[in-house]
Unconditional design. Structure first.
Length: 337
């Protein structure tokens, strides 16, 4: 009689022919169509493994905006700057009176009232209307100086930092010469040579504004020049010009943008100083510095003539400083989370 040992059988899991539980992301890295288990659009933007360059770029932009939005004062500065842009665009519609003509017999040096919210000047012109139209001149100066000065400083700094040697020494000594003079004094010298006018004032301010950007770009280039990815690009046969233009300059742009935004307050004050001295915008243009110069004769009795443009310069300069602080937090790679 033989003993028969019962065999233990294990039940295998049932095979499912249905679709997998987790679906792969679309090949193009497109955004999810509905809010699912991964948290929807925000989780897609903040993914650690982006499926495409577009997703990575959008994720960086979204992370930068989150860092910027955490600074409430930066949002206030952004709102003021956007309001300034809108006022400049729709100045003809927003201004209640003409910015260039007034009535000397009935509206000369009137105090603030319901008819003239900020009063009138010595020519009978409405100050609020002149401030609204003067915002165009302010934005014109700020944008044009930034467009001219920032690229010059970026090119000089990156070329000096990457080339080194005699090129670096020559470019940095030239930068030191410009930095040795106060910006307003040097701008006065250029405007005196070129002649008064808003265009010449913009050129003078741009010529005196690029050295700080060159210093910053050179400092960052010195740190990037010995990086492994720069060495790899160099081994692939890229020329020095291509390395500077395609691989170093893009990494320096964010710092230059932050510095330009922080310097816009100084640009506005320099332009106002030139206008105050009669070397900037010429009458009857409603430039804020020239308006202060016109109101200094009546500052004791008719204080509103100089106070209104002074308050406008203060508010816009403060807004650009707040905006620059927020951009510095947002564009700092160590600060974006």
């Amino acid at each position: 009689m033989s003993d028969s040992t019962p065999l233990k059988t294990e039940s295998l899991p049932a095979r499912s022919d249905g679709p997998p539980l987790e679906s792969a992301a679309p090949p193009g890295g497109s955004a999810p169509h509905a809010v699912g288990e991964r948290g929807g659009l925000a989780s897609w933007l903040l993914s650690d493994r982006p499926a495409s360059r577009r997703q990575a770029a959008l994720g960086r932009a979204y992370g930068g905006w989150r860092a910027f939005a955490r600074n409430r004062l930066a949002l206030v500065g952004l709102a003021i700057v956007l309001a300034l842009v809108l006022v400049a665009i729709f100045a003809d519609l927003l201004a209640p009176y003409s910015a260039y003509t007034g009535d000397l017999r009935t509206t000369r040096l009137l105090p603030p009232s319901w008819a003239h919210w900020m009063g009138t000047d010595d020519q009978g012109r409405d100050i609020l209307s002149r401030l609204i139209h003067g915002s165009r001149i302010t934005l014109f100066v700020v944008v044009l100086v930034a467009v001219l000065a920032a690229p010059i400083g970026l090119v000089v700094g990156t070329v000096a930092g990457y080339a080194g040697g005699l090129v670096d020494a020559a470019l940095m000594r030239l930068t030191d010469i410009f930095l040795a003079f106060p910006r307003l004094i040097l701008a006065l010298a250029f405007v005196a040579a070129l002649g008064p006018g808003i265009e010449n004032a913009v050129i003078a301010i741009a010529v005196t504004s690029w050295p700080p950007y060159a210093r910053m770009a050179r400092a960052e280039t010195l740190g990037l020049r010995q990086s492994d990815f720069i060495a790899a690009v160099r081994l692939l046969g890229a020329s020095p010009g291509r390395i500077v233009l395609r691989h170093i300059m893009p990494l320096c742009v964010s710092s230059v943008i932050v510095r330009v935004t922080l310097d816009m307050a100084g640009i506005i004050l320099t332009a106002a100083g030139l206008g105050f001295l009669g070397l900037g915008a010429q009458p009857p243009m409603p430039e804020w510095g020239a308006m202060i110069a016109n109101g200094r004769l009546y500052v004791l009795d008719q204080w509103w003539v100089a106070a209104a443009p002074g308050a406008a310069i203060f508010l816009v300069s403060l807004a650009f400083n707040l905006l620059g602080d927020g951009l510095r937090d947002a564009l700092d790679p160590k600060g974006v989370k």
